[in-house]
Design a protein around this ligand. Structure first.
Ligand code: GDP
Ligand code: MG
Length: 368
C-alpha cells in the first residue's frame, strides 16, 4: 500500500459538461462556485475542503477541553470540463489521489446535455465514454514513451523490464482498459509515475440523480445495475442529488439531517463521498487528543505507530520511543484520556511496528 503524502487527500471531479460537477462541489464544500445551465462555465479549477463529520472527535475534544478541534478533511478539485470528443483528458498529473466521475442521471430540459455527450440520464453510457476517454489520454502518453524507451532498452538491457511494462501498459490502454485494473509491481508503478496516468487513480462513480432524490423506482435500479456492470469491478457507485444537496448545505447540521431524512436522501452526499474515498484509498482514522488540540488524522491501512507519529510531526517519528493506544469509543465512555489511562487494561503500550487501527487514540512518547 502506497504511503500518501503528508498533505490532505485530494479528489478530482471529472465528467461531461453539465453533469453537475460544480453543483456537487458546492454541495460537498459549502462554497458557492458558479454553476450554470450551459457547458464550460467552469474555466479555472475550484478548490474546496470537505470536512469529515466526526462525532467521536467532537465528544473527545469536549472531554479534553481542547482549545482547537481539527477534523480530517478531503480536498475537492472541480476542474474545467473535458470537451467530449477532444480526445484529451485533463492534465492532472500526480496531483490527485482519486477521481470522482460525475454522471448525469437527471433529465432537465432547461439544462442541455453537452454536445457529443451520451444521452441524458444514461449513466452507463457516460461511464463507458469517460473510461475510453481517460484510457486514450493515457495511451497517447504511454505510446510516445514506448517508442523512446524501446530504443533506450536496446542499448541498455537494464531498461528492458521498464520498456516491457510501458509497452504492456500501452497495449492495455489501447484497448480502453484502465491501468488500475492490472496488478503492477512496485517497480513497474515507479516507471509509470512520471507519466502520471489518470487511469491508475482509484475511481468513484457518482450518479447525479433526479431532482426528487434517489427514488428506488425500477427504472433507476436498472440504470444503476447497468452502470455497475459498465465500470471496473470494485469501483464504488454512489447516487446523489447534487441540486438538493447544494440547497441543504446552507442549513445548520441538525436541520440538514432532519431535511435529508425527510427527503429520503439517506446519509447524504458528503458522508457517502467520504466513505467511498476512504474505501478506495484504504484509509483509516486515528486521533491525537490534548487540551491544546484534538485532531483526526487519515492514514493508509497498515500504517505503523512510528509512521503515524511522523504524520503528526517529524520529531515524533525520529525520536519515537513507544505509543500509548486506545479505541476512541472507550476513551469517551470512560470520560477522557486521563481516566482511560487510570482504568485497567484500556490503554495499551505499543512499539514502533504496531499497525494503527481505525479509531485509535495515540499518545506518542518520544525524545529528540
Ligand atoms: N434538474 C437538475 N439540474 C441540475 C442537477 N445538478 C445540476 N443541475 C443543473 O445543471 C446545470 C449544470 O450544472 P453544473 O454543476 O454547472 O455542471 P458542470 O458543468 O458539470 O459543472 C446547472 O444549471 C445546475 O443547476 C440536478 O440534479 N437536477
Ligand atoms: Mg462546472
Amino acid at each position: 500500500m502506497a504511503i500518501l503524502p503528508l498533505r490532505m487527500v485530494r479528489v478530482g471531479l471529472h465528467g461531461f459538461p453539465n453533469s453537475g460537477k460544480t453543483t456537487l462541489f458546492n454541495a460537498l464544500t459549502g462554497l458557492e462556485a458558479a454553476a450554470a445551465p450551459h457547458p464550460y462555465t467552469t474555466t479555472a479549477p475550484n478548490l474546496g475542503v470537505l470536512k469529515v463529520p466526526d462525532p467521536h472527535l467532537e465528544q473527545a475534544a469536549a472531554l479534553e477541553r481542547s482549545r482547537k478541534t481539527t477534523h480530517a478533511a478531503v480536498e475537492i478539485h472541480d476542474h474545467p470540463a473535458v470537451r467530449a470528443g477532444s480526445g484529451r483528458g485533463p492534465s492532472w498529473g500526480n496531483e490527485l489521489d482519486a477521481m470522482a466521475m460525475v454522471l448525469r442521471g437527471h433529465r432537465a430540459d432547461r439544462v442541455p446535455a453537452a454536445l457529443g455527450a451520451p444521452a441524458d440520464a444514461d449513466p452507463a453510457a457516460q461511464a463507458e465514454e469517460l473510461l475510453m476517454e481517460t484510457a486514450l489520454a493515457d495511451f497517447e502518453v504511454f505510446d510516445r514513451r514506448r517508442e523512446r524507451i524501446m530504443k533506450e532498452a536496446s542499448a541498455d538491457p537494464a531498461l528492458r523490464p521498464a520498456a516491457e511494462a510501458v509497452s504492456r501498459a500501452a497495449d492495455l490502454l489501447g484497448e480502453g482498459i484502465p491501468l488500475r485494473t492490472h496488478p503492477w509491481s512496485e517497480a513497474e508503478l515507479r516507471v509509470f509515475r512520471d507519466m502520471a496516468p489518470l487511469t491508475l487513480l482509484p475511481c468513484i462513480w457518482v450518479v447525479n440523480t433526479a431532482d426528487n432524490g434517489p427514488d428506488p423506482g425500477p427504472g433507476r435500479t436498472a440504470a444503476e445495475d447497468r452502470l455497475q456492470e459498465a465500470v471496473p469491478a470494485g469501483d464504488p457507485v454512489l447516487a446523489v442529488s447534487a441540486l438538493i444537496e447544494e440547497e441543504l448545505v446552507r442549513f445548520d447540521p441538525a436541520e440538514r439531517e432532519e431535511l435529508s431524512e425527510g427527503l429520503g436522501l439517506g446519509e447524504g452526499a458528503a458522508a457517502a463521498m467520504i466513505r467511498a474515498v476512504y474505501q478506495v484509498l484504504g484509509l483509516l482514522r486515528f486521533y491525537t487528543l490534548s487540551s491544546r488540540e484534538s485532531r483526526a488524522w487519515a492514514v493508509p491501512e497498515g500504517t505503523t505507530a512510528r509512521e503515524a507519529a511522523g504524520k503528526v510531526h517529524s520529531d515524533l517519528e525520529r525520536g519515537f520511543i513507544r505509543a500509548e493506544a486506545a479505541p476512541i469509543g472507550e476513551v469517551i465512555r470512560l470520560g477522557g484520556w486521563a481516566a482511560a489511562r487510570a482504568a485497567a487494561g484500556v490503554v495499551r503500550v505499543e512499539g514502533k511496528d504496531y499497525e494503527v487501527r481505525d479509531g485509535d487514540v495515540l499518545l506518542v512518547r518520544f525524545s529528540v
